[in-house]
Each structure stands twice: as structure tokens, then as C-alpha cells.
Design a protein around this ligand. Structure first.
Ligand code: PTJ
Length: 245
């Protein structure tokens, strides 16, 4: 039992969720390594949402609201860390969830779908009847009515190859990745350099605030968005944070 007074309470509890995810067969063992890598970047970031991340989260919310067919991709780490928050975001922006795994096994897909249903998810794309072009074997499997035909896809902790393949399909790809240098971060349309545990509630908050706007007003918000600039601002903010030590 980790006491709330522990200075690293949030970080340690997040680890617990990932470990529990692995124990329950939801998260892949590779997810532990991914989390460790993410933690290292979060440490450099200062474990808070940077200004550049908040700006990207607002743009992401607007894009999800503008979308005709938005889809939220859920992998084993996301399902362990923020399942209820992803369901809530899906409800706010009217986007189904779709379980999409890098280390895919049908057993894990089923367990994650069951887990999401048990938390109240109503709208989950469950078919795997289409393939993302250019990606080999199981990692390419998607739902023809879900990610395959989506115009905007939110991909937390995505693999670089698949991120690029989704961009090549001319989708707007919103990535959440604590590493601003990763291939995913570099190739996504919108990169949110933030921890998924902060990013998803932030996007929901912005989406709630923007929901009443007309589509043209939302388009005005996203107009001129420059992802290279966002990434460079994120790196600047990390450097400044390091300079303060
Ligand atoms: O459940 P699966 O099979 O789909 O597998 C999921 C993982 C995450 C294991 C898989 O996609 C993978 O191996 O990812 P990578 O290539 O290790 O990339 C994970 C990226 O996410 C890295 O750039 C990490 O810095 C970042 N990351 C890790 N934890 C977090 C994070 N970004 C945001 N929030 C986190 N909590």
C-alpha cells in the first residue's frame, strides 16, 4: 500500500495500474518497458502538462469535434491507465473506442473489450475485417467501420510504423507520446507530449468547453496548426526545465 503522502504517489500508483494490467492479461509485458521509457521523459518534463501540450490538447479536442468519424484507439497500456477517461472522452466527442494492439493476441483483445464494457463503454468497434495498408500481419487488423474508415484517430502510445501508415491513409492522427523525439511524435498530425493520465482528461475538458461552437468556429481554432512548432516548443520547455536544476 503506497501512502498518499509519498512524494511520488501518482507515479507509483500509475506503475501499480500497469502491473495490475499485466497481471489481468490486459497489458502486454512490453507495456512495462514502454511505461518506464515514458516515466523517464515525464521526469524531464516535470510531470505536469506543458504549455505546448495544453495547446495541442485543445487542437485535438477541436479536431475530434469537427471529425465526421472519429475513433479512439485503445491499447494495453491505455486500457490499464485511463479506461474510464477514454470512455468519457468518447462520449463527449461522439467517438467509438477500438482496441488496437501492437503485440496482438485475440485473448488480450477480448479481455480489453470486456474490461471497457464492464466500465460502461457502449460504443466499441469490435470487428477486425480490414487491414491498414503497408503494415505487416496482425498489427494491421482494424474494423472496416472503425479505424479503417475514420477521418480522425486518437492513438495513445502508438508505434511509429502504424502512425505513419495511418497518416498515409490521409487520416488526421492525434498521438499522445511523452517522447517528442519518437517516430510517432515526429510523424503524427498532432502530437501531444504529455502523460496519457493527464492528456485524456485535458482533451475531455477542452472538448466540453468547445462542444457548443459551430464547425466553422472549430475550424478557425485548428487553422494554421503547426506540429513541428509544437514539438520544438515541447523540446524548449524540457530544456528550460533542465536548466532550472
Ligand atoms: O498493448 P499493445 O500490444 O498495443 O502495446 C502497447 C505498447 C505501448 C507496449 C507498444 O505500443 C509499444 O511497444 O510502444 P513503444 O514503441 O514502447 O512506444 C511507447 C511510447 O509511448 C514511448 O515513446 C513512450 O515514451 C510513450 N509512453 C509511455 N508511457 C506513456 C507514454 N506516453 C504517454 N503517457 C504514458 N503513460
Amino acid at each position: 500500500m503506497i501512502p498518499k503522502s509519498h512524494p511520488r504517489f501518482v507515479s507509483l500508483m500509475t506503475r501499480e495500474l500497469i502491473v495490475e494490467g499485466v497481471r489481468n492479461g490486459i497489458t502486454s509485458t512490453h507495456g512495462l518497458i514502454a511505461q518506464g521509457r515514458g516515466e523517464a521523459f515525464d521526469y524531464l518534463i516535470g510531470e505536469k502538462s506543458m504549455g505546448s501540450a495544453l495547446a495541442a490538447e485543445k487542437i485535438a479536442a477541436a479536431e475530434l469535434l469537427i471529425a465526421r468519424r472519429p475513433v479512439i484507439s485503445v491499447n494495453g497500456n491505455a486500457a490499464a491507465l485511463v479506461p474510464a477517461e477514454l470512455i468519457r472522452l468518447g462520449e463527449i466527442v461522439n467517438a467509438p473506442l477500438e482496441v488496437n494492439l501492437f503485440h496482438r493476441t485475440e485473448a488480450r483483445v477480448e479481455k480489453i473489450i470486456k474490461h471497457l464494457h464492464s466500465l460502461g463503454a457502449q460504443d466499441i468497434c469490435t470487428k477486425s475485417d480490414a487491414l491498414i495498408p503497408g503494415i505487416d500481419h496482425d498489427r494491421a487488423k482494424v474494423d472496416s467501420d472503425g479505424m479503417f474508415s475514420a477521418d480522425v484517430v486518437l492513438v495513445p502510445l502508438e508505434d511509429g510504423d502504424r502512425c505513419k501508415a495511418l497518416v498515409d491513409m490521409e487520416k488526421t492522427v492525434i498521438a499522445i507520446d511523452l517522447n517528442p523525439l519518437s517516430r510517432t511524435a515526429q510523424c503524427a498530425t498532432i502530437t501531444i507530449v504529455d502523460n496519457i493520465i493527464r492528456a485524456v482528461p485535458n482533451i475531455s475538458k477542452f472538448a466540453g468547453e468547445l462542444k457548443a461552437l459551430k464547425t466553422e468556429e472549430l475550424r478557425e481554432i485548428v487553422r494554421g496548426y503547426d506540429n513541428k512548432k509544437t514539438l520544438s516548443l515541447a523540446i524548449d520547455e524540457i530544456s528550460k526545465n533542465l536548466d532550472s536544476y
